[in-house]
Design a binder for this molecule. Structure first.
Ligand SMILES: Cc1cc2nc3c(=O)[nH]c(=O)nc-3n(C[C@H](O)[C@H](O)[C@H](O)COP(=O)(O)OP(=O)(O)OC[C@H]3O[C@@H](n4cnc5c(N)ncnc54)[C@H](O)[C@@H]3O)c2cc1C
Length: 310
């Protein structure tokens, strides 16, 4: 398999994915598949759904570079696009299972759908997550969190497929969940399903909390523009938005990318931004904030390929 030319690798993976019933596109721009709406074409874009892990294994066997995308809410692809296969892992919410206080969902289900299932079943513990865009798999990979909650407080078990194609299962303490990170950032395992352990609660209170937190997001975040949420991780002892604002950068623009005038830790796409504009704005912000306040800001978004960030 490793003696294949690049074109032969693409064809081998394309044919395999099609044989599993996956839709495959060649040269499809990645911009419509990310929340910030930038990114050039992928040589292969495969709608893997529940077959994502199988297609990923085939990519490995063929020696083809691949990348798994949930909702694309925290990924910035280069304007040059992606040489290899991007596998989109999204599935409908019909296979979410509620068993007592345990909710289990395939990794491609939207996190909001799991939060709604929790509400419908009178289960509390995921209210914080309701407004976080993305899939359940992306949320565990990033240990997504908001308003004092994060995935580590609700996840009980994760099923995955390892790089050898073997099904594996992890309990919470094996996930290495930290601030916007997890074991999966190192291992290359594909998350296939997630179980959340919740508690019985009052549906009216759960609903009220979800609505309150969504209201806070709408009033403070520039949700009317494409973005990837928080641009930078929270620095020790302060807030990224605060030091960016103190550095005089609120509203600062490079090309079509702007530090949101509404929330300084959001970089928004005004409509015609390129990924290069956004990367330049990230770098300018880091440099200015370091010079003016002494804080080092680390991007939260994943820049792909990493060398695009040079
Ligand atoms: C408006 C807005 C608000 C946001 N607010 C928040 C917030 O409050 N809190 C917060 O934490 N984040 C927030 N985010 C960021 C984002 O929503 C989260 O990081 C989310 O969890 C990403 O999920 P996703 O499915 O979009 O993952 P993607 O962005 O598609 O992928 C993220 C990473 O996970 C990997 N991945 C995805 N699925 C799998 C899988 N099945 N197996 C292995 N790896 C996988 C990808 O390869 C990638 O490295 C916000 C984003 C936006 C646009």
């Amino acid at each position: 398999m490793f003696l294949l030319t690049y074109q032969e690798k693409l064809s081998a993976v394309e044919n395999f994915a099609k044989s599993l019933g996956c839709e495959v596109l060649r040269g499809e721009p990645l911009a419509p598949h990310t929340s910030v709406r930038t990114g050039g074409p992928a040589d292969l874009l495969i709608f893997g759904g529940v077959r994502t892990a199988a297609v990923e294994k085939m990519c490995k066997d063929a020696g083809l570079y691949s990348y798994i995308l949930g909702n694309g809410s925290n990924v910035l692809f280069s304007d040059d696009g992606f040489r290899g296969a991007v596998l989109i892992n999204q599935v409908g919410s019909e296979s979410v299972i509620c068993d007592g206080t345990l909710i289990t969902a395939p990794s491609g289900v939207q996190l909001s759908a799991v939060c709604k299932a929790a509400l419908q079943n009178g289960l509390t513990g995921l209210e914080f997550a309701y407004g976080i865009p993305g899939t359940v798999g992306g949320a565990v990979y990033m240990n997504a969190g908001a308003y004092g909650g994060e995935m580590s407080q609700a996840v009980e078990k994760v099923e995955a497929v390892d790089v050898a194609g073997k099904a594996v299962s992890f309990t919470l303490d094996e996930l290495s969940l930290g601030y916007r990170t997890s074991r999966f950032a190192q291992t290359g395992e594909v998350i296939t399903s997630v179980s959340f352990r919740l508690s019985e609660g009052d549906p009216n209170e759960i609903k009220a909390k979800m609505e309150e937190l969504i209201g806070r997001r709408r009033s403070r975040q520039p949700l009317e523009y494409p973005s990837f949420g928080s641009a930078f991780k929270r620095p020790e002892g302060t807030y990224a938005g605060l030091v960016i604002e103190q550095s005089g950068l609120k509203g600062f623009k490079i090309g079509g990318a702007q530090i949101s005038p509404k929330h300084a830790n959001f970089i928004i796409n005004l409509g015609n931004a390129t990924s290069a504009d956004i990367i330049a704005l990230i770098r300018h912000t880091q440099k200015t904030v370091r010079e003016k306040t002494g804080y080092d800001l680390e991007p939260e978004v994943r820049i792909i390929p990493p060398e695009a960030d040079k």
